[in-house]
Design a protein around this ligand. Structure first.
Ligand SMILES: [Fe+2]
Ligand SMILES: [Fe+2]
Length: 379
C-alpha cells in the first residue's frame, strides 16, 4: 500500500485526469491507445517491401531490422515511453541510451576489474576477459533497434527482437502499474519501474553482436546470470542513473522476495558496481551491510521482473517455429545451408515476429505460414 493517497484517488479515474498524471500510461487507455495499437498492426498486414531471395540474402541483420515496420513500430513504443518519463534528467539519460547504446563501461582497466570480480567470486576464475569485443571505442556494436532479443536459441532471436521484447515488456509494466493502482490503490514509482524496464537489457546490442554466419554472439555467464544483465546494470550505474531506477532494473532476472533471490540480485549489483567503479552503498544501490537491497525493499523491481516474463512464451515460440521454417526455406525458396537459413529466419522473424509465426503454425498450420511468408518474400 502506498502511504499517500494514490494519483487515481486524488484525480479520479477520468481519462483526462489520468492523462495529466501518467502521460504514457494514459495514452494506452485513451482513444490514442487505439492509434498506438493500430500503428502496430500494419507491419503484419502491409510489409514495406516484398524482397527477392537474392535481395534478402544480401541484407545484413541491421538492414533487415531497418526495413521492418514491426521493428520500427516497437522501437517507437520504447521512445514514446522514454519521452513520457516525468523527470527530465532521467528521460534524457534513457533516451540517450536507446539512441546510442555505446558501452561506456568498457572504457576502464579491464584487468583490474577482472581481478576484483575474481577476488569476490563473481566471475569464473578461468576467465581472462570481462567484456565482449568492442570493434570501435566510443561506438556501439550496432543500434539498439537491430539487436536480437536474446541468444540465438532463445526468445526474439532475430534482428529487432530486442525492440519487440522491450516493447511488450514496457507495455506490460505500464499496465501492471495501472492495475496495482486500480485494484490495490498502490501508487508506485512510475519513472523507476518504466525506466528500469526500458533499460533492463540495454547491453544486448553489445553482448549479442551479429556474427558472419547470421547468428549472434554466444553469451557468457557473469555473477550467476547472463552477462548482459550485469553489464546493463553497470552501464546504468556508470551513466549516473538514480538508485531507485538501478535497483528496479536489477530485479529483472530475479526478485528480492526470497533470501535466495535477493542474494542473486545483490550479487549482480556488487559485480556491476565493480565494473562501473562505484561504491554501491554510497550510491544507494545496497544496504550498508551490502547483504540486502536498501530497506525497506521497494515494489518497483517486482514490476520490472514480472513484466520481463515475455520470454516464457516467446522463447518456445521461437524454437518451436524453426522446424517448419526450415522445411519452408528448403522446399519453397531452395535455401539449405545454415548461413542461408539464418538469413531467412532473421528476415521472416524480423518482419513477422516469432510470436506471429508460432501463432499461425499452432492455429492454422504450415500452409498459412507459407502464405504469410510469401507476402514478404518472393519465391
Ligand atoms: Fe535480461
Ligand atoms: Fe529481458
Amino acid at each position: 500500500m502506498s502511504v499517500s493517497i494514490s494519483r487515481r484517488r486524488l484525480l479520479g479515474s477520468s481519462s483526462a485526469a489520468l492523462a495529466a498524471a501518467a502521460p504514457f500510461g494514459a495514452l494506452l487507455s485513451s482513444p490514442a491507445a487505439a492509434a498506438v495499437s493500430e500503428a502496430l498492426k500494419p507491419s503484419f498486414e502491409h510489409p514495406l517491401t516484398q524482397r527477392t531471395v537474392a535481395e534478402m540474402l544480401a541484407m545484413s541483420p541491421v538492414d533487415t531490422a531497418r526495413e521492418s515496420a514491426l521493428v520500427s513500430n516497437a522501437f517507437r513504443v520504447l521512445v514514446d515511453a522514454a519521452e513520457a518519463l516525468r523527470e527530465p534528467a532521467l528521460r534524457n539519460a534513457v533516451l540517450a541510451i536507446l539512441k546510442d547504446p555505446v558501452p561506456t563501461v568498457a572504457d576502464t582497466d579491464e584487468g583490474k576489474v577482472l581481478a576484483a570480480l575474481k577476488a569476490e567470486g563473481l566471475i569464473d576464475a578461468k576467465r581472462n576477459k570481462v567484456f565482449p569485443h568492442v570493434t570501435q571505442k566510443g561506438r556501439p556494436e550496432q543500434p539498439f533497434w537491430s539487436a536480437p532479443g536474446s541468444g540465438y536459441a532463445s526468445h526474439h532471436a532475430y534482428p529487432g527482437g530486442l525492440a519487440t521484447h522491450c516493447a511488450l515488456n514496457v507495455l506490460s509494466a505500464v499496465r501492471l502499474l495501472e492495475n496495482y493502482d486500480s485494484v490495490f490503490d498502490c501508487d508506485l514509482d512510475y519513472d523507476a519501474a518504466v525506466s528500469g524496464e526500458l533499460l533492463h537489457d540495454l547491453h544486448k546490442p553489445w553482448v549479442f553482436a551479429w556474427q558472419p554466419d547470421g547468428s549472434s554472439r554466444v553469451e557468457k555467464p557473469l555473477a550467476k546470470t547472463g552477462e548482459h544483465h550485469v553489464l546493463s546494470l553497470a552501464e546504468s550505474m556508470k551513466r549516473g542513473l538514480p538508485a531507485r531506477v538501478v535497483v528496479a532494473q536489477a530485479a529483472a532476472h530475479d526478485h528480492p522476495g526470497t533470501p535466495a533471490g535477493e542474494a542473486l540480485v545483490v550479487g549482480w549489483i556488487r559485480a556491476a558496481a565493480i565494473i562501473a567503479g562505484v561504491d554501491p552503498v554510497e550510491r544507494g544501490f545496497l544496504a550498508a551491510d551490502k547483504k540486502t537491497l536498501p530497506l525497506p525493499r521497494r515494489s518497483e523491481g517486482f514490476v520490472v521482473h514480472l513484466a520481463d516474463h515475455d520470454f516464457v512464451l516467446s522463447g518456445p515460440a521461437c524454437q518451436w517455429s524453426l522446424p517448419a521454417l526450415k522445411k519452408l526455406a528448403a522446399s519453397t525458396y531452395g535455401l539449405t545451408s545454415e548461413k542461408d537459413f539464418n538469413s531467412f529466419r532473421n528476415y521472416v522473424f524480423a518482419n513477422l515476429s516469432a510470436m506471429r509465426v508460432w501463432a499461425l503454425l499452432s492455429t492454422e498450420g504450415e500452409a498459412a505460414l507459407a502464405a504469410d511468408v510469401a507476402r514478404i518474400l518472393k519465391a
